[in-house]
Every structure is written in structure tokens, then in C-alpha cells.
Write a protein that binds this ligand. Structure first.
Ligand SMILES: *[C@@H]1O[C@H](CO)[C@@H](O)[C@H](O)[C@H]1NC(C)=O
Length: 206
């Protein structure tokens, strides 16, 4: 399915103004692990306010359960992904949310949750933006929405997180206990938390 939304913002004030096209596409986020498709991001949250996964094998009607996101296919830096079928419209973006050890990741096993968040600016440090994890668990956690980088050659969507000190980390996506984590170091995460994690590649599928 491919739906393209084109908004044109023309500025009438200046005769030299050129219309700017802001092109977003709608699609699903397919999950692969070690080259095999394992499912899709789901539009559903668990009781802790984390997004779940959908398995194509266990659920024949999984299209109805997939998360539908709006993505700017022309953007090269970090962008926010609007969840078009979000279960909680107060937190409509797919974002990263601070984990048990805080909102900085890197060379240790620290991780972030993946849930619904408010909009934050590209490159901004973690802030106390509203998010589904804090809402459901009453644990105050920082978050960011503009953490996704789209590669138009491969259609891959990868997470790029800005830490509390402003350092930027290209993160790994893990799938563990039926929810997603973002972490800086796979081996350290496995040693610290769980070695039953699946390392996920996300692909935008229109
Ligand atoms: C997209 O992915 C390809 C293959 O991994 C890589 O060679 C290329 O540099 C990536 N493009 C960007 C803009 O990162």
C-alpha cells in the first residue's frame, strides 16, 4: 500500500518564493532478524506503555494489527514518525523512552523503551516529554521522538539517540519479552539483562 500525502506551502508575499514540497509516505515497519522477516511493529501497547510486535506466522490478520507510520522519504537526518493508528493520541509519535538506568545509552548495557511520545525536536537532548511508559507506569522518564533515520536506498529505519550530554549514538534495536529496546552495545545488553534478545532491522514497507 502506498499513500503519498503532498502538502504545498506557497508564500504569496514574495514573487521570488518557491513552493516547498513536504512529502510523507505511509507504511509499516517490518522487523527482520538475521535476514529473516520476524514480523512488524504493532499498533498496540503493553500494560507498561511499550509498543509490541506482530508475528506474521501466529496472526494471519496481522495487517490490521500493524502500526502505520508517516515517514518523510526525502529526509536524510533524524525525523519523528507519526503513528497514524496510535492507540493513545496524547502520545502520537514512535519514540524512545528512558529505561531503568536513565536516558543515556552507549558502551554499556543500558537501554531505552520504545513507546508513544510527544513531539521533540531533531537533535534535542532527552526531556520530560509526555510518553506512554510514564503515563502507564507512573515512572517519570525522559523521551525523544526525532530519533529515526531513513535510508532511501535500503528503506531501513535506524535509531539515532541523543544522550543527556549531547553525544549521539547509533543504537541497536532489540526485541525481548515481546517489546522493543534501544541499546548501544548488543553484547553488554545481553550480559546485563537478557541473552534471549532478537536483534532487529526495521524496514519501511509501503
Ligand atoms: C544506506 O545504506 C547503504 C547500504 O548499507 C549504505 O551504503 C549507504 O551509505 C546508506 N546511506 C546513508 C545515507 O546512510
Amino acid at each position: 500500500m502506498l499513500v503519498q500525502l503532498v502538502s504545498l506551502f506557497a508564500f504569496a508575499a514574495s514573487s521570488l518564493a518557491v513552493p516547498v514540497a513536504d512529502i510523507t509516505s505511509l507504511g509499516y515497519l517490518r522487523c527482520s532478524s538475521e535476514g529473516q522477516v520476524t514480523g512488524y511493529l504493532s499498533k498496540s501497547l503493553n500494560s507498561a506503555g511499550e509498543y509490541k510486535g506482530v508475528s506474521p506466522d501466529s496472526d494471519p490478520n496481522d495487517v490490521n494489527h500493524r502500526m502505520l507510520v508517516s515517514l518523510d522519504v526525502t529526509a536524510t537526518g533524524t525525523q519523528s514518525l507519526l503513528v497514524k493508528n496510535a492507540p493513545d493520541n496524547d502520545y502520537p509519535f514512535l519514540g524512545g523512552i528512558g529505561g531503568e538506568e536513565g536516558s543515556t545509552i552507549g558502551s554499556n548495557g543500558d537501554y531505552l523503551h520504545v513507546g508513544g511520545t510527544e513531539l521533540t525536536a531533531s537533535g534535542a537532548k532527552p526531556s520530560y516529554c509526555g510518553n506512554t511508559y510514564t503515563d502507564r507506569t507512573n515512572n517519570l522518564r525522559k523521551c525523544e521522538s526525532a530519533v529515526w533515520v531513513y535510508n532511501s536506498t535500503t528503506s531501513e529505519v535506524t535509531p539515532r539517540w541523543t544522550n543527556d550530554d549531547g553525544s549521539v549514538v547509533d543504537a541497536n534495536i532489540g526485541y525481548v519479552d515481546a517489546s522493543f529496546v534501544l541499546t548501544g552495545d548488543k553484547k553488554e545488553f545481553e550480559d546485563s539483562w537478557s541473552d534471549s534478545v532478537e536483534w532487529i532491522t526495521l524496514t519501511f514497507e509501503t
